[in-house]
Design a binder for this molecule. Sequence first.
Ligand code: HEM
Ligand code: HEM
Ligand code: SF4
Ligand code: SF4
Length: 472
Amino acid sequence: MAFEPNEPQEKIKYDEMRIYSDEELNNYTEEELKNFKTKHDTPMCDDLESGPWPSFVADAKREALHRRKLADDRILLSAETVEDTLGQLEDSFVDGETHWKHGGIVGVFGYGGGVIGRYSDLQEKYPAVAHFHTLRVNQPMSKFYNTDFLRTICDLWEYRGSGMMNMHGSTGDIILLGTTTEQLEPIFYQMTHEMQQDLGGSGSNLRSPSCCLGRARCEWSCIDTQDMCYELTHYYQDELHRPAFPYKFKFKFDGCPNGCVASIARSDMSFIGTWKDDIRIDQDAVQAYIAGDIAPNGGAHAGKDWGKFDIQKEVINLCPTACMWMEDGKLMIDNKECTRCMHCINTMPQALRPGADTGVSILFGAKAPILEGAQMAVLTVPFMKCEPPYENIKDLVEKVWDWWMEEGKNRERLGELIQRWGLPKFLEVIGLPPMPQMVTEPRSNPYIFWKAEEVPGGFKRNIEDYRVKHMR
Ligand code: HEM
Ligand code: HEM
Ligand code: SF4
Ligand code: SF4
């Protein structure tokens, strides 16, 4: 099914939006690049131009030369921004410490986040990076682009920024790396008015959600990750742009348990596609794998000779629940025992497919170590249907937020609040009964809390009644 945006979208045409002519875009020769001396000596940075991996230093030098050769009135930041960045980096390599000042609070009116302010602590030496703010720009779902969009944003950024980017930030945003405070509003104006493009999140709010490429290009996607991610991003724009939370909060959407966007490790609320019915088996294709006509794992291990494909060794014996076997030349799966680990499907993608009754598992609380230690997300909702407009999902999101926004301590991630209050409390909040699927194993210690109403007679006791039977 073709993707239908839920509001009219203007198609960006680079030819109508462009700032630079072709001559300006191709304004230096490879010969000039070879002889190009940057403003500062950067021997340690230069070292990083050798070796086979694409060198960020080499790229930075191209950009530096390109900017030097643009006419003065064709860029609004100093032409030397890239060179001063390299210069300051070189100093950091020498000193073994950062040269950015602490913090920085800048932004655009109406929003409380989206821009990360930053100032150099070597402003006299590197004036072009005295201000060096980063804009987070909300990426399209799964990061599919056309060149019209990319060329347009590149022109805008060349004109009003450093020309340097990060494609992409770890949360997902397009990162525009380095501009001055005065340029923030004009950039924001142009992005919103001319490109229908908004900022991403930063601060104690909902950060930019991101997703795996899902149904766009993957046969395993149990949910439309892009549609969900897009819908929730739009629906919660207010929470994204204006921080109202005790701390940051992230959504990520994986279409299946393979976790290509790592939602289980890197989002407070992790959505992972799964299925309820049986794995779909094409027995002819199973035979083709056994016969060696189809390479296992889509040929992923072709770089080394692992011998002939052995279905017993590579699939059946590796199933974590041992729920597969061969019977009369047919592959059998006891789906009741399958934990949907994806291994067999990953190994024989042409023979096995996820079931057709699909939905999502929802896990909560992943976070990096600070303060209470790193957490991966804990399974809380084993299965939920997942159809637009995702009312059931939104309902759950809001129950969680209502609780965390009220009870969360300052800078306490959801995962820490769940630790502090306990999973049973969290289940009460979201209105789910406890289920065995929510734990890896039952508790081993006996420090068990009971509610007064669960205990015959409650907790009120009179010692005198006790003494009637038990003399002191
Ligand atoms: C019929 C006689 C007794 C019974 C049925 C009994 C039963 C128990 C039980 C069920 C526990 C709790 C075990 C646990 O928490 O895992 C316990 C703990 C204990 N009992 Fe007894 N007991 C008896 C007599 C005694 C006597 C005569 C003494 C001392 C002279 C004694 C000293 C203790 C102590 C010190 C503990 C450990 C308390 C704690 O760790 O908090 N018990 N007993
Ligand atoms: C100087 C004398 C004693 C010392 C230093 C001592 C020390 C200890 C210690 C360190 C524990 C372990 C506490 C824990 O696991 O948290 C313990 C447990 C216990 N002691 Fe003693 N104890 C002494 C005398 C006695 C006597 C005289 C009795 C019984 C008449 C006794 C009965 C117990 C019992 C029943 C437990 C509990 C065992 C359990 O919970 O598994 N203790 N004691
Ligand atoms: S997470 Fe699953 S559905 Fe998404 S791209 Fe990866 S393998 Fe495909
Ligand atoms: S998905 Fe995993 S658990 Fe299920 S049958 Fe395949 S290998 Fe076994």
